[in-house]
Design a protein around this ligand. Structure first.
Ligand code: GLU
Ligand code: ZN
Length: 496
């Protein structure tokens, strides 16, 4: 156990929650829980151009759906609030001012136009120096007053040392060093509208909120040295870093035909949690699988509930290599989790899909429940149920050809369907289960010296209109005997 752990998930609400982001959240969450520490949610919403309310709502609903609760953060509050960065502007402004007073930062009055032409020039000259040219580094107070008088609002820039190197330690990656001369010169900390940039707000908040460990995507490694320079400028101790290996997707290289890996993106399939949720992945399956992408317990055990992960999650077991998000594996996990549900649980999960597709209404719930044993083993995702139940609404009366099984005649099909029908009428009064019915109908086929298929196939096709469907007895249960018997009788007419 590590004492006094305080970690945070600090998303920017600029898009839907992504598999990679959620994995970061889960690692932080389980790390906090397994050490009896605190998990903090902080909203990094200072990029007002990319901010969207929809993504903030998506964040809350995703965490809620996954059952991730936070000890401090929006809604629940906490001793270091507010936890939404746009509500903390004066804090960042004060600290930026402190850096100015300590000589670690300075005001810059350069116009957008100047910076733009500087960029162009550097590009054209293929200059080795990139970024800001420190034009305002040594402005005198008089010069500054002049510019202020003109009404120009400055930004605040960090003085990045020009010599030496900056190093930080990462639990997974070891020491990461960067020559200071290679760090982009003097990034903006505070914009002219009073909003902080990511670097300033992130460092200040991690410090003020007492964050002990930073677990975030490896994409943030390049920001690491800059953050260390900021911590040093403030005279603060940086937290422990653990940058998480990327989540990759698998694809086939079009030229070579070989399998290759790249950062998980829409190219590979769905990446937003919302998509998975809508298709009918279960939260416990997604949570379990996503955690296993890049973490393992003992290399064998794969199934973990959230409760278990809250006790066994260990930072040391995060893989150093990138994790591969395998859609097929997730499908398999999901199927396994579906099979673990009781019929009562499943019916509640499936009803919304059937209702929104206008296949059944709320009052059909018991019928749907009786249908579940027939399909439980075939569901990969909950929405599969829609296809399986299409026959209820989209029934197309089969034609004669379809009703006649291979190697049978019209007469045989008629006899088969009649036998099946007689049997079904009797059996449905007796509350038998599918297996028992299947056995008995098989007996009947045998007694009449007919192939099973000659009874079962016309029955299935009469009831569903399709040669492939869930087990026919289940289908009858879902459809109800009245409608099912109507369909069968009509088909008997066709065969006559
Ligand atoms: N707001 C950043 C993000 O969206 C947080 C990065 C960090 O954890 O420092 O990923
Ligand atoms: Zn300037």
């Amino acid at each position: 156990m590590i004492e006094n752990v305080r970690v945070r998930y600090a998303p920017s609400p600029t898009g839907l929650q992504h598999i990679g982001g959620v994995r970061t959240a889960l690692y932080n969450y389980f790390f906090a829980r397994s050490n009896g520490g605190k998990f903090i949610l902080r909203i990094e919403d200072t990029d007002r151009e990319r901010y969207s309310t929809e993504s903030l709502n998506d964040l809350y609903s995703t965490l809620d759906w996954l059952g991730i609760d936070w000890d401090e953060g929006p809604v629940v509050g906490g001793p270091y609030g507010p936890y939404i960065q746009s509500e903390r502007l004066s804090i960042y402004q004060d600290y930026a001012k402190k850096l100015i007073d300590m000589g670690k930062a300075y005001y810059c009055y350069c116009s957008e136009e100047r910076l733009e032409s500087l960029r162009k020039k550097q590009e054209e000259e293929k200059s080795s120096v990139q970024g800001y040219d420190r034009h305002c580094l040594n402005l005198t107070d008089e010069q500054r007053m002049e510019l202020e008088k003109k009404g120009i609002k400055p930004v605040i820039r960090l003085k990045v040392p020009t010599e030496g190197t900056t190093t930080f330690h990462d639990i997974l990656m070891g020491d990461i060093s960067r020559d200071n001369k290679d760090i982009s010169p003097d990034p903006v900390l505070l914009k002219s509208d009073g909003y902080p940039t990511y670097h300033l707000a992130n460092v200040i908040d991690d410090h003020l909120m007492g964050i002990t460990h930073i677990m975030r995507a490896q994409e943030w490694i390049p920001s690491g040295p800059l953050h260390i320079i900021l911590y040093e400028a403030f005279g603060w101790e940086p937290p422990v870093y653990c940058h998480l290996p990327m989540v990759m997707g698998k694809e086939v290289d079009e030229e070579t035909g070989k399998i290759k890996f790249a950062k998980l993106s829409k190219r590979h399939g769905s990446t937003s949690v919302r998509d998975f949720r809508e298709k009918g992945y279960l939260p416990e399956a997604l949570l379990n699988y996503v955690t296993m992408v890049g973490w393992s317990y003992d290399g064998e055990k794969e199934f973990f509930s959230s409760e278990e992960l809250k006790t066994v999650f260990d930072l040391k077991k995060i893989n150093k290599a990138p994790g591969v998000f395998d859609y097929k594996k997730l499908d398999w996990f999901n199927g396994q989790y579906i099979r673990k549900k009781t019929d009562d649980e499943l019916v509640n999960l499936l009803m919304p899909y059937l209702i929104s597709n206008r296949i059944v209404t709320e009052k059909d719930k018991m019928k749907v429940k009786s249908f579940i044993p027939g399909i439980k083993d075939r569901l990969t995702v909950l929405s599969d149920v829609v296809e399986m139940c299409k026959f209820v609404k989209d029934y197309k009366e089969p034609d004669l050809q379809l009703l006649i099984p291979k190697k049978a005649t019209k007469e045989i099909a008629y006899k088969g369907l009649s036998l099946a029908y007689e049997y079904v009428k009797r059996a449905f009064n007796q509350c038998l289960d599918d297996t028992a019915m299947e056995l008995q109908l098989t007996e009947i086929a045998k007694d009449n010296e007919m192939k099973n298929a000659f009874l079962f196939n016309p029955l299935r096709i009469a009831v569903t209109g399709e040669p492939v469907s869930p087990p026919p007895f289940s289908c009858i249960r879902l459809l109800g005997t009245d409608e099912s018997f109507n369909r069968i009788e009509k088909c008997l007419q066709i065969l006559k």
